[in-house]
Each structure stands twice: as structure tokens, then as C-alpha cells.
Write a protein that binds this ligand. Structure first.
Ligand SMILES: [Fe+2]
Length: 285
């Protein structure tokens, strides 16, 4: 709910309800899907209900998935009316990207998660042009790491609320030039300027573009104080973080909430493999 456009009391009630309803208990956020080929209406209804409250939902395919997992993931998202999948250089024709440790991955390349290193807080696609905006994504665990590979999540609506509790500088983060991602001559990507928070989208819902990384991003110096406050909330406020290590056959679907990943180690029997699907549609209910 837009703090600048909404009646103060209405905003306050929404914010208080949102914080009050928060849970980090995975059992409250997890939906069992008994047949990955055909999620039932009840299961889809449960997913939508959790998504509406938290912008994040976990699921588990309760039977070992005999069928093609990737097809099940596409079907699951289709059941949530998500059909427009973003492609990247590593995705298949449907937009499914396997994420594992790739020994060939070039650490000089931009934004690539195909290593066993930790990934700092970010939302997906903060370096995308406006017409490639990522509104939702799914991560599905096919195999987990021996140690580590734990994800943390913060609902971006909660980050927004906590920010507004501390300062009235939200305008700084809603400006169209809150940060610049410089042009990348190597891959031909043009310079990007963007907001951090915006309601200016077809859904009129809060969308966030953010990275904690210092590399390849230039923050607007006029907004420095606001940015530092936001970064400090994301790093230091542990009251509203969800931490979870996905197990095989489990996944998470979000409206592109802020997330991070710890470093991990594999061994011969535990070679982490995650499938990722990103979409230019929000899971809108
Ligand atoms: Fe990500």
C-alpha cells in the first residue's frame, strides 16, 4: 500500500496487519502437492492464500517426482496464471534454468549465481530494462548441497514498511534514478537507471529492485542516507527474515522478494541443483 497516496490510518492499519501476520515458521508457509502432474484446486487455493499474505510460498512434491520435474514446475506456475517466462543465456526453451556449480563460470561475468559462493541480498532482475522487469520467480530444489546453500528471504513489502517507520525519505527510493547500472560493453547491455520501490506497474503493487552488491552499481548520492537506512534494515533486522534450506522436491515461489544465499559445499552424493524460473508476471490474486 502506497504510503504517499493512501490515507494515513488506512496505511497504518495495513502496515500493522502485515507485520502482525508475519511468520518465519515454514510449516505455515508450505503447501504439500500430492501429484506434481496435477496440483489440485485445494492445493492451488492454499498457495494463492499464502502468497497473498506473504509474497512467498513454499511447496513440496510429496511423492517422488517420477515425471519430468521441469514440466511440473511450468504446470504449477501455469496454475497460478503465470505464463510469461523470462529467458536468459542458460535457460531452456521454456525458461527453466538449472543452477549448479559450473566450473566454467567466469567470475568476471555479471550477476551469475553458478558458483558455491554466497549471494548477497538482492531482488532478481535489478539490472533489467523496464520491459524485462521480473515480477515473480520460482526456485525448485532437485538436489541439495552437503553443507550450506541456505536461502534467506525478506518480503519487500515488510522492508518498505520498516523503512517508512524510520524515515520519511521514501521519495528518494521511488525516484527513477535511485541507482545506475553502467553499460556493459562485453554483453551489450545498455546503462540502466531505476527506482528501488515503485507502484507504477500494471498491478499497482509494490515492486522492488535492489542489490546489496557494491560492484557495478552507482547509487544516487542525493539518496545516500535513504539507501544506508534500507541496507541497514535488510542486514540487521532479523525479526522478519525467513531462513530455509530447500530439500529435494521442495521449492519456493515469490513475488520477487529480497533474498540471499549462503555459500555451500558439495560432495559426490550432494551436488546442489536448483531449477529457477523467472516471470515478467506477478502472481496476482
Ligand atoms: Fe536471485
Amino acid at each position: 500500500m502506497d504510503v504517499l497516496e493512501t490515507n494515513k490510518n488506512v496505511y497504518k492499519r495495513w502496515a500493522a496487519n502485515k507485520l502482525e501476520a508475519f511468520t518465519a515458521n515454514i510449516n505455515d508457509l508450505l503447501v504439500e502437492i500430492s501429484n506434481p502432474k496435477h496440483p489440485s484446486n485445494a492445493e492451488i487455493g492454499k498457495i494463492k492464500g499464502i502468497m497473498e499474505s506473504y509474497n512467498i510460498v513454499f511447496y513440496e512434491f510429496s511423492k517422488p517426482n517420477s515425471e519430468n520435474t521441469k514440466n511440473s514446475l511450468i504446470r504449477l506456475l501455469n496454475s497460478l496464471e503465470i505464463t510469461d517466462f523470462a529467458q536468459d543465456s542458460k535457460s531452456d526453451a521454456n525458461g527453466v534454468t538449472p543452477i549448479g556449480v559450473n566450473p566454467d563460470s567466469n567470475s568476471e561475468e555479471e550477476y551469475i549465481p553458478y558458483t558455491d559462493k554466497s549471494l548477497n541480498w538482492h531482488t532478481d532482475g535489478y539490472y533489467n530494462q523496464a520491459d524485462e522487469t521480473i515480477y515473480s520467480w520460482l526456485l525448485h530444489c532437485s538436489r541439495s548441497a552437503l553443507n550450506g546453500g541456505v536461502n534467506s528471504f525478506i518480503d519487500h513489502e515488510i522492508a518498505y514498511i520498516l523503512f517508512n517507520e524510520l524515515t520519511n525519505k521514501i521519495n528518494s527510493l521511488m525516484s527513477q534514478d535511485a541507482y545506475i547500472i553502467p553499460e556493459n560493453k562485453k554483453n551489450g547491455r545498455k546503462e540502466i537507471k531505476s527506482y528501488v520501490f515503485s507502484y507504477n506497474n500494471p498491478y499497482k503493487k509494490l515492486h522492488m529492485k535492489f542489490t546489496m552488491r557494491e560492484k557495478n552499481i552507482i547509487w544516487n548520492q542525493n539518496d545516500n542516507e535513504a539507501i544506508q537506512i534500507l541496507k541497514s534494515i535488510i542486514e540487521n533486522n532479523n525479526d522478519y527474515k525467513i531462513k530455509y534450506k530447500l530439500k529435494p522436491n521442495q521449492g519456493v515461489i515469490t513475488n520477487n522478494v529480497i533474498h540471499s544465499r549462503t555459500a555451500f559445499t558439495n560432495d559426490i552424493n550432494h551436488h546442489r541443483l536448483i531449477y529457477r524460473i523467472r516471470s515478467k508476471q506477478r502472481i496476482n490474486l
